[in-house]
Design a binder for this molecule. Structure first.
Ligand code: ASP
Length: 344
């Protein structure tokens, strides 16, 4: 009997240390109308490679014992520099022909969070969201004040030309023509599109990026960064910088990052709703994500999806669009990348 108890204790100790070394990361690069027929083999390859690079950058931080927050920052900054995504360089334009960027980050261990809306000159808005969390008493800063805080924090600033991409400009022109609105003057000093930009696919209004991670200490975190929606007006802000809507993390339940038409995600408080179902109803992470996206969001007429991770290492994604750029990886689990609905 004593031997049996000793064996059990040793086995449980082994389980605990295996758990302690676990880490997991799930990444999205936006959801939208992404059909197989629309992407050339070269474009598909470019997106898969970009998703892989971002996921592996975050995974490297986690495998090294780094925090979920640092992993998120590592992955999102890469995507913010990549013109394929609607975040940082490659962000969509407002009706006035500007880039107004939104981002947020949340730490599941402390429930601390930082968010920015409508910032115009920060190269990496996710870093600015993190600075709001780490170096201000606030959770959310917007517009000119957020730009000023970014400068005061010494974050890298970038001119409008840095964020400009030809295809997003063309998407704006099409949007404004259809809406019967005047086209803004094209910004001066724009370089010709580079090779990476030419591979970008117009997935509709979306392309937001988001990352959720679980680190070796068992903490979860979530981050999201976006240019919002093409042709937005009047200082429109979507779900991405709203804690509880586009981003949420709590060690008591899970971490979620969303993408899709933000207005619906705000109404349903999608990110928090997924975590609430895990916390209060005891649903598995996948069941909670599916309930919110496939049932509630769909019933409301919204489109988009989420990625999620739980402190016990569960990973999930769910979307009701024809595609979502997505990838996941865990300790001892290989990198898995998907674009279309029929992929696992
Ligand atoms: N959710 C973002 C917004 O509404 C857009 C997106 O995910 O593509 O601003």
């Amino acid at each position: 009997m004593r031997k049996w108890v000793l064996g059990l204790v040793l086995a449980m100790g082994g389980m605990e240390s295996a758990m302690a070394q676990d880490w997991a990361i799930v990444v999205h690069g936006g959801a939208g109308v992404i059909a197989r027929a629309d992407l050339s083999a070269e474009q598909e390859q470019a997106y898969r490679a970009a998703m892989g690079r971002a996921t592996q950058a975050g995974a490297a931080v986690l495998a090294d014992g780094g925090s979920a927050l640092d992993a998120i920052e590592a992955a999102i900054t890469l995507m913010e520099d990549d013109p394929l995504f609607n975040a940082g360089r490659g962000a969509v334009f407002t009706a006035e022909g500007r880039n107004e960027l939104d981002a947020s980050i949340m730490d599941g261990a402390s429930l601390k969070a930082g968010a920015v809306a409508g910032v115009t000159a920060t190269r990496h808005p996710i870093r600015l969201a993190r600075a709001v969390m780490d170096h201000s008493p606030h959770v959310m800063l917007a517009g000119r004040g957020a730009d000023a805080f970014s400068e005061a924090q010494g974050l890298e600033q970038a001119p409008p030309a840095h964020f400009f991409t030809e295809r997003r400009w063309r998407a704006l022109e099409t949007f404004l023509r259809q809406a019967g609105l005047p086209a803004p003057v094209r910004p001066a000093g724009i370089a010709a599109p580079d090779a990476a930009e030419r591979l970008a696919h117009d997935e509709g209004k979306h392309g937001t990026v988001g990352v959720v991670a679980r680190d070796q200490a068992g903490h979860v975190a979530a981050g999201t960064s976006t240019g919002g929606t093409t042709g937005k007006r009047w200082g429109r802000v979507g779900d991405s910088p709203i804690i509880g809507a586009g981003t949420y993390a709590s060690d008591a339940s899970c971490a979620v990052s969303a993408t899709g038409t933000g207005e619906y995600f705000i109404r349903l408080a999608v990110a928090r709703e997924v975590c609430a179902l895990v916390e209060h109803r005891g649903l598995s992470l996948q069941a909670a994500a599916d309930l919110v996206i496939q049932d509630k969001l769909t019933a409301l007429g919204g489109d988009g999806g989420v990625v999620a991770v739980a402190p016990d290492g569960q990973m999930a994604w769910s979307f009701n669009t024809s595609g979502m750029y997505r990838a996941k990886m865990g300790a001892g689990q290989p990198l898995q990348i998907g674009i279309y609905k029929d992929e696992p």
